[in-house]
Each structure stands twice: as C-alpha cells, then as structure tokens.
Ligand binder design. Structure first.
Ligand code: FPP
Ligand code: MG
Ligand code: MG
Length: 398
C-alpha cells in the first residue's frame, strides 16, 4: 500500500550529514593502543546500514518545524562537543595515535588549533522546507551508532557468531577477550561524547538504553523458561515476555534516540512523545522482521548467520505463533531445542504454519502505529521520508 507522492531521496536530505559519520566516529575512537584501536574500529570498516543515525537525523528535521519548548541556539556548545577526546584522557600516547601519525594532523585537532570551523559545527538548513539539523543531533547519531556497534561486539561473543556484515566477526578475528574489551571501549567513548552534549535528559535516556540492551539480552538468555504458555514467574505470557525482550534489545535504542533527537531540538513534550512512539514501533517492527528473516533468507543474503535462532535455543515470534497451531512445539521450546532433531522438527513446523505470515502482520501493525504517530507532525520531506522508510521495513532482506 504505497502512499501517493514521489519517493523522497534520503541521500539528498541527510546524505551530507551521514557522510561524515564514519569519520567522526573514527575520531572519537582513537586509542593509544594500536590493537584496541583496531578492534574498536573493526565493524566500522564494513558498510553498515546506519539505519539508526538515519532515523535520528530525519527525526531532527521532521521535528524542527514542530512547536518548541526551548529555543536551542544553533551555536550551542560546539566547542564542548568537538573537544579532542585525547586531551581529557588520563593516559594518552600521542605518538601511537592514528597508527603512529601525529595527532595534530587530524582535522579535529587542526580545528581546535586554528579556530577554523569544522563542518560538524555547521548546522545544516535544508531547502525547500527549511528544516534544520543541529550539530548535537548529528553527534547523537554517532553516539548511538557506537553503542549499537558495542552491543554487536558483545552479542557476537554471546552468540558465538562467526560472521557480521559479511566480515569475519570480531570474536573470530581477535578472540572473545579483545572483542569484549573493544565493545567496552566503544561504550566508554560514546559516554564521553554523550556527557559533552551537556543535556541531562538525553544523558539519562541514552544511559537507560545501555541498561535496557543488557536487560534484553538477559531476558533472552532465560527465554526457554516457560510453563503452560506463561513465563515461570507467571506474570507474563511467553509472547508478552518476547515482546518485552524485543523492546529492550532493539526498540529501546531507537525509541529513546528518537526522543533524544527531539529533546536536543528543544521540542515540546508532546512532540518528544510522538518521536518516541514512532521509534518504539518502527523498532519493534524491525526486530520482528529480523526474527522472520532468520527463517527465510540465507546467511549470504543476511550478511550474518541465518537460521541461527533455533540453534541458539531461542523461540522468536514465528515459533511462538506456530506453537498455537502445533502444541507439540511447546516441549521443544521449553527445552530450548536442545535434543537431537529438535531444531529440524521446529523448523519444519514453523514453515508449515502461519507463523511467518502472522509475524509479518504483527510487524505491519507496528509500522502502521509508527506512521500514525508521525502523521501528527507538520509536513516536511523528512516526515515523508520517515513514512517511506517505515513502509520499507517489511520488505527488507538484510
Ligand atoms: C543483536 O541481536 C543484539 C542486540 C540487539 C543487543 C545485544 C546486547 C548485548 C550483548 C548487551 C550488551 C550491551 C552493550 C551496550 C555492550 P541478535 O543476536 O538477535 O541479532 P544478530 O542476528 O544481528 O546477531
Ligand atoms: Mg546475534
Ligand atoms: Mg543475540
């Protein structure tokens, strides 16, 4: 059900802002230790989808025309945002920075030295609708991408994944210990950049996201602990538990970063709520589709292991829906598919059932909620782009 009107080119809207993202992240990540430097930057060499920063930037634009609670000056705290991190490090070995090159040769340090305006300081006003992206909102996109990547480094250790973004996973390349520490380092540097936004509400939101990611991953570890369709403590059905876990591991990051983007723009509480509701629903839809693709695409298409969830003992939405049709799935779910042949039996039942179609339908209903939240914002190209992006979530293949 395509909406009328031409397809908005997100590249044209926020391409310039996204173009600097990888470089800016690299500048936030330099470590004096060459190996730590390599591991923490490793996943940024592949072409990630940058879906989270893209959404954050489009939300920045789409909320920039909406009512404001606070006037945010576009010149606010540029220096604080962009201060070279190395200057604050306790133990910093300049000669090892950037593989041995002189750190003063980086554009960031040059900027500080010469007082020239680094492009990250320049707010971009976009014709034709005069929407604005603030430097702080661009930095938020970078922080969120770093936190997301940290969670992937840790996740690949937990899942023992051998592949990510069509590369050898970090744990495969460097071992578990270095992969975990690389993730920790990313989180730490993201936290410094977050502190420099000097916005307590955003600091609280994004810190909560980090806790939620861990909570989601923890809930998933205990996924199989179900009794008669209820989770063992009896407070939630298995499906409610799965949705809560899905919010924690995926939608919390997107929803709270959408809200943060609106907060940084000085939006009213009502507008911040709209941004949050959009992010929550597109995040839930995104993960539901991910759990569906695990059954329907190959590892090569996915760029990461496919058919992995059952092997990891995880009963995702397609399995939980299939369970309603095939009650015999219950005992397999309960024992985390750990007996010989369980994975194959469950796989067959899921494909035979309506589970995948029902998962898609549920994802679609969350896409609809996301779109109806957005429709309350004033019209802009970014708003149209966000709606079109939401429609594409259901068709994605990777
Ligand atoms: C991918 O899920 C993983 C996540 C969405 C979050 C993982 C969170 C942690 C490991 C907790 C630690 C958090 C931080 C911030 C360091 P998946 O395994 O279902 O997806 P995949 O197929 O992409 O691996
Ligand atoms: Mg994984
Ligand atoms: Mg995982």
């Amino acid at each position: 059900e395509k909406k009328g009107g031409p397809i908005v080119d997100t590249q044209q809207l926020v391409g310039d802002d996204l173009k600097d993202l990888k470089n800016n992240i690299r500048n936030l990540l330099g470590s004096g230790h060459p190996m730590l430097d390599t591991v923490s930057k490793y996943y940024f060499q592949a072409d990630g989808k940058h879906i989270r920063p893209l959404i954050i930037l489009l939300i920045a634009q789409a909320t920039s025309l909406a009512p404001k609670k606070v006037h945010v000056s576009i010149k606010d705290s540029y220096e604080e945002i962009d201060m070279p991190i190395s200057e604050l490090s306790d133990f910093y070995i300049p000669t090892l920075h950037n593989n041995g090159s002189d750190p003063s040769s980086t554009s960031r340090t040059n900027t500080a030295a010469t007082g020239a305006v680094n492009p990250i300081y320049t707010p971009r006003i976009h014709a034709p609708d005069n929407t604005i992206i603030l430097p702080s909102q661009r930095r938020l996109g970078e922080i969120v991408e770093m936190i997301h990547t940290a969670s992937l480094l840790h996740d690949d250790v937990i899942d023992m994944a051998d592949k990510r973004r069509n590369l050898l996973s970090a744990n495969e390349s460097f071992g578990n210990k270095m992969a975990v520490l690389g993730g920790d380092f990313l989180l730490a540097r993201a936290s410094i950049a977050l502190a420099r936004l000097r916005n307590h509400e955003v600091t609280e939101l994004i810190s909560t996201v980090i806790a939620n990611l861990v909570e989601g991953e923890f809930m998933q570890l205990r996924n199989g602990q179900v009794e008669n369709g209820r989770n063992r403590n009896g407070s939630m059905t298995t499906f409610e538990y799965y949705m809560e876990k899905t919010y924690m591991k995926t939608a919390s990051l997107i929803s709270k970063s959408c809200r943060s983007s609106a907060v940084l723009g000085g939006a009213t509480d009502e507008v911040c709520d709209i941004a949050y509701t959009y992010g929550k629903n597109i995040g839930l839809a995104f993960q539901l589709v991910d759990d569906m693709l695990d059954f329907t695409v190959t590892s090569d298409e996915f760029g990461k292991p496919a058919g992995a969830d059952l092997k990891l003992g995880l009963a995702t939405a397609p399995v939980l829906f299939a369970w309603e049709e095939y009650p015999e799935l219950g005992k397999l779910i309960k024992r985390n598919f750990d007996q010989e042949g369980d994975v194959e039996v469950a796989w067959g039942l899921v494909l035979k059932s309506q589970g995948l179609a029902q998962t898609r339908k549920l994802a679609q209903s969350h896409c609809q909620k996301a779109i109806s939240a957005l429709s309350q914002l004033p019209d802009s190209q970014a708003k149209t782009a966000l709606i079109q992006l939401t429609e594409k979530v259901l068709d994605r293949k990777k």
